[in-house]
Design a protein around this ligand. Structure first.
Ligand code: A3P
Length: 293
């Protein structure tokens, strides 16, 4: 358990917390060490995603559906993040059911979450947009990564080789794919794709509400969709989400295909080749909107 300093391919320094060979943002190591022992409730929902896949968005939508009102949740999703908060903070969260959220793998989840068969929402996003979003995240959140000042050219190979916090996107997705398959009899699991939300938010909210066992209510769903638009969340969450220099960095662009403005043709080709190779046996492969056409 230590803080490790690494360097991207451009030689720029970036630091992480490392616990049992896994990298995390620089958070409290005691919480990471003890997260498997976190006590959870049977009705807690587990929201799982690789970083930058839309976790804040899904947390807000799910929490609004559960409260039955299209009203901004006056909390940050980080208040109930498994690897960030101690038991007492999670226990003090004043809402129920809670939408616990995390970027860890199945075998790292709190043991009780597995025993109590908590319901799981799993979010996926095109990894090219994840890569660009994560690059900007690493540059913005100095408190979690030291003073990282790299460029995308140096960061992309670092990301693709799995050296960032939470490791390789490919390993994360492939491992979860196996675990989702293996745990289907145990947990109810709902998979959501960021691009589907962008394409038809109302339809995805309806599907999510069915998964959550909520009574059909189209006027609520419409109001939640409106309240959870990128622009509205960027404004409404300002009092609750973390800011750097008075900016909410999480709500950066909120677009599908922003990677096109960042990746060179060579970087794009390298990404395509790696994706085809790593994901060749994946059943997610055809569902993740990897290309824009
Ligand atoms: P970008 O950096 O591409 O803008 P996470 O919550 O997992 O950290 O993911 C953050 C990404 O989700 C950011 O992507 C952010 O803009 C996007 N996001 C957050 N809220 C959103 C919303 N309401 N609509 C669309 N995208 C949203």
């Amino acid at each position: 358990m230590s803080i490790v300093e690494d360097h991207d391919l451009g030689g720029n320094s970036i630091s992480f917390l490392e616990v049992d060979g896994c990298r995390y943002p620089i958070v409290d190591p005691e919480i990471v060490k003890n997260m498997s022992q976190l006590k959870v409730k049977a009705d807690d929902i587990l929201l799982l995603a690789y970083p930058k896949s839309g976790t804040h968005w899904l947390w807000e939508i799910t929490s609004m559906l559960l409260q039955g009102k299209a009203q901004t949740i006056p909390h940050w999703k980080g208040s109930v993040m498994v690897e960030l908060q101690p038991q007492e903070v999670i226990d003090a969260f004043p809402r129920s059911p809670r939408v616990l959220n995390t970027h860890i793998r199945y075998n790292q989840l709190p043991v009780q979450a597995r025993e109590k068969k908590c319901r799981i929402i799993f979010v996926l996003r095109n990894p090219k947009d994840v890569a660009v979003s994560f690059f900007n995240h690493h540059r913005s959140f100095k408190c979690y990564y030291g003073n990282y000042n790299g460029t995308l050219g140096g960061h992309l190979p670092f990301f693709l080789s799995g050296k960032t916090d939470y490791g390789s996107w490919f390993e994360y997705v492939l491992e979860w794919e196996k675990d989702i398959e293996a745990q289907q009899d145990r947990h109810q699991i709902h998979v959501v794709y960021y691009e589907d939300l962008k394409e038809n938010l109302l339809k995805e909210i309806r599907k999510l509400a069915v998964f959550l066992g909520l009574p059909a209510d189209d006027s609520l769903y419409g109001a939640v969709a409106e309240k959870c638009s990128f622009e509205n969340m960027k404004f409404d969450k300002k009092p609750y989400d973390p800011k750097v220099d008075d900016q909410l960095f999480v709500y950066r662009k909120g677009q599908v295909g922003d990677w096109q403005k960042w990746l060179t043709p060579e970087q794009n080709e390298m990404f395509d080749e790696l994706y085809q190779e790593k994901m060749k046996d994946s059943t997610f492969k055809d569902k993740i909107r990897f290309t824009l056409t």
